[in-house]
Design a protein around this ligand. Structure first.
Ligand code: SF4
Length: 364
């Protein structure tokens, strides 16, 4: 299931560390301090050497000729009435050039969350998910994953949101297009870059990886970088989950249970179990009972998600009242449960709705 790690033949600037850039400067016989200057631009989301004011022209030329400074091109941006922004990016790398991914910025009063993509399309095929209908097209590199965050930071600085909303990136969730754990190497490398103190220096508490349950990869993530974990559960019954999350046939609930029990969570942290509420499919009394039996209330919480329909989707969502009742019943059994507020659904940016539309005209 894990795809081979994608690497770019040309080093991608957003994936470079200070040590990488120092080595590069030495190779080009440039002063060492240029490495830090370049990294500062990069961290601000300024990836075009022409915009790096304190970098001399000959070095700009070396950068343009030898590195891939801008692995993504912003093709389109949509803004929701609630402040959510959806970005469509085109890959620039050979062989996958022109393929599209989407990312979403979700502002709140005190935090700004970027939902990033890890694949073009998805290797899996969950029948309620719009991305899944696209099929798998490509794995992103670490540089392309990090570039989504950097370019959104840059956009927010150029055009901040209304005063009451946070206009910078404080949290990252790997919940956009793709199954992050099926692109394990690039995702792990991108996490290291986001946490690097010379780069965005994000704490692991501010990074969440969402997986549909690739057990060996989640176990390795926990050993290497125990960031927050979210699991697309959607049913605690194997027969139903085999249909809703087909990877369950390979890693059934008992295996997933063992994996979650062993995942290292710090004090006051918990694993989030995502549960999209589908009318008449997984929202009945017996679904609730199996869910209650599955959840470990001390370590896990349930996040109920409103189903966001997309053209041709075979399911309809449970009503808001029913979702509230379902949540209350979980809470009455001692389980932390929340109903996720849907954001950006007027621009198809809500959970499960992402699917890059290559027909959107280039609006830069
Ligand atoms: S829900 Fe996640 S894993 Fe399943 S098809 Fe959609 S993007 Fe892929």
């Amino acid at each position: 299931m894990t795809q081979p790690a994608q690497t770019s033949p040309t080093p991608q600037l957003p994936a470079m560390t200070l040590a990488d850039l120092q080595a590069q400067m030495q190779h080009w016989q440039q002063p060492a301090f240029r490495a830090k200057q370049l990294l500062d631009w990069c961290n601000k989301g300024v990836l075009d050497p022409c915009e790096m004011a304190n970098i001399p022209a000959p070095l700009r030329q070396l950068l343009q000729e030898n590195l891939c400074c801008q692995p993504l091109k912003l093709v389109h941006r949509q803004c929701s009435s609630d402040g959510t922004r959806k970005y469509l990016f085109a890959l620039q790398r050979d062989r996958v050039a022109g393929k599209m991914v989407e990312s979403v910025f979700i502002p709140e009063e005190k935090r700004g969350t970027v939902c990033i993509s890890s694949q073009v399309g998805c290797v899996l095929d969950c029948p309620f998910c719009h991305t899944g209908t696209q099929g798998f097209e490509a794995n992103l590199t670490a540089g392309e994953i990090v570039a989504q965050v950097l370019m959104i930071k840059h956009d927010l600085r150029q055009e901040p949101l209304a005063d009451e909303l946070h206009s910078d990136v404080t949290h990252i969730v790997y919940m956009g297009m793709g199954e992050p754990m099926a692109n394990e190497a690039a995702v792990q490398q991108s996490i290291e870059i986001l946490m690097d103190e010379q780069r965005l220096h994000l704490s692991r508490r501010r990074i969440t990886v969402s997986s549909s349950g690739l057990v060996p990869q989640i176990t390795r993530l926990g050993a290497a970088q125990p960031v927050n974990l979210a699991i697309s559960l959607h049913s605690a019954d194997d027969a139903k989950r085999d249909i809703l999350v087909p990877i369950n046939k390979k890693y059934p609930l008992a295996e997933l249970r063992r994996c979650l029990d062993a995942y290292p969570i710090g004090k006051q942290r918990h694993i989030t179990l995502e549960y999209v509420m589908l009318d008449g499919v997984n929202d009945q009394a017996d679904d609730l009972a199996t869910l209650v039996r599955f959840v470990q209330p001390e370590r896990e919480r349930v996040n109920l998600i409103q189903f966001n329909p997309y053209p041709g989707s075979p399911y309809s969502g449970s009503s808001k009242q029913h979702m509230k009742r379902f949540a209350q019943q979980l809470i009455s059994q001692g389980i932390r449960a929340t109903v996720r507020r849907s954001r950006g659904d007027d621009i198809m940016a809500a959970c499960g709705q992402l699917k890059a539309d290559a027909t959107i005209p280039n609006q830069g």
